[in-house]
Design a binder for this molecule. Structure first.
Ligand code: AMP
Length: 309
């Protein structure tokens, strides 16, 4: 898998505490989650302030950082945001693109030949430049957010036209299409080109529309949620990770449903602590256990009852 997206320092405030400098970024959260399933290569720039400690977090999970470009004299992407009691809604205080402002991606041969490509949240034209360098990829998925819908919608739509799967927040899907109904909004995006749309619904789970049908999975019922930052990217990491682990499987509705269960499991771990802390300590056994618990939500007794007309 190859991912392009933000590599960041985040300042995050939630009702349970605050941190002023966490390793974050959409590409970092994705890479750590996806690393449980296969090889991951990260594409993107960092500044001088991105040190050995940050690289070590990625290397500890076997993430390939050869395509991370260190810009001398540059500063790493910075984001700060806040959540109130409703953790589904977040307020962005500040976004500093820094080294991303004039980044021109040049992918190595190995990154261009990846089986799967994730265009994590970042400027849409940058996502497109990366997509164009990977013409043979089996599946290209994309995420985005309100900032890009508000400031670069036309470019984002062009980028979406060239991908297979869009994974995006439900509110952002509505904003992108100006359609209040989620199914209609997903259909509109599918009319632009993608065969699959996944609407992430925070603590309510995620819903998926493919050309074969509809599927929805609730979130794992956690008693304690500390920081939702990166949940969407970890969802994508589990989702694409499952597909990467099955290179010969068709990208059928059923395969994508199974991928949703892995996405849901990975996202649930990420929100249990600040930043990447929980995922750094995660084990494959813990993931497998949570997926098998999730399986119970999708099995129910099909006992027919006599219905009156
Ligand atoms: P998520 O919670 O999955 O949407 O992703 C959170 C991550 O996205 C944080 O670690 C931020 O560094 C990063 N982020 C926030 N805003 C942006 C943006 N406009 N473009 C790219 N990445 C962003």
């Amino acid at each position: 898998m190859t991912v392009v997206g933000s590599i960041a320092f985040d300042a995050v405030k939630t009702p349970w505490g605050e941190r002023d400098r966490l390793l974050g970024g959409s590409a970092v959260h994705f890479a750590l989650a996806a690393s449980f399933f296969g090889d991951v290569r990260v594409v993107g720039p960092v500044g001088d302030d991105f040190g050995e400690e940050e690289y070590a977090v990625l290397h500890a999970r076997g993430v390939n950082t050869e395509d991370i470009e260190r810009v001398a004299g540059g500063k790493t992407f910075f984001w700060s945001g806040e959540y109130e009691y409703d953790l589904n809604t977040r307020l962005t205080h500040e976004t500093q693109l820094n080294v991303f402002a004039d980044f021109q991606p040049k992918l190595s041969e190995a990154s261009r030949e990846s089986d799967l490509l994730f265009l994590a949240n970042i400027q849409p034209e940058l996502q497109r430049e990366v997509r164009e360098q990977c013409p043979r990829t089996r599946l290209v998925a994309l995420d985005s957010m309100n900032l890009w819908i508000e400031t670069a919608r036309d470019s984002l739509v062009r980028t979406i036209e060239g991908v297979d799967c869009v994974l995006i927040n439900d509110a952002e899907l509505r904003q992108l299409t100006a359609r209040p109904n989620l199914v209609q909004a997903a259909r509109e995006v599918m009319d632009w080109g993608p065969h699959t749309v996944v609407a992430k619904q925070g603590e309510y789970g995620a819903a998926m529309l493919t050309r074969e049908g509809y599927f929805s999975l609730p979130a794992y019922p956690l008693e304690s949620v500390i920081d939702p930052t990166g949940a969407g990217d970890c969802f994508a990491g589990g989702f694409l990770g499952y597909l990467a682990a099955h290179p010969d499987e068709d990208l059928s509705h059923d395969a994508l449903r199974r991928a949703m269960a892995y996405g849901t499991a990975l996202a649930s771990f990420n929100v249990e602590e600040f930043g990447t802390e929980r995922v750094q300590r995660l084990t494959g056994e813990e993931i497998a256990e949570r997926v098998s618990e999730l399986r119970r939500f999708t099995e129910f007794v099909d006992a027919p009852v006599p219905l009156r007309s």
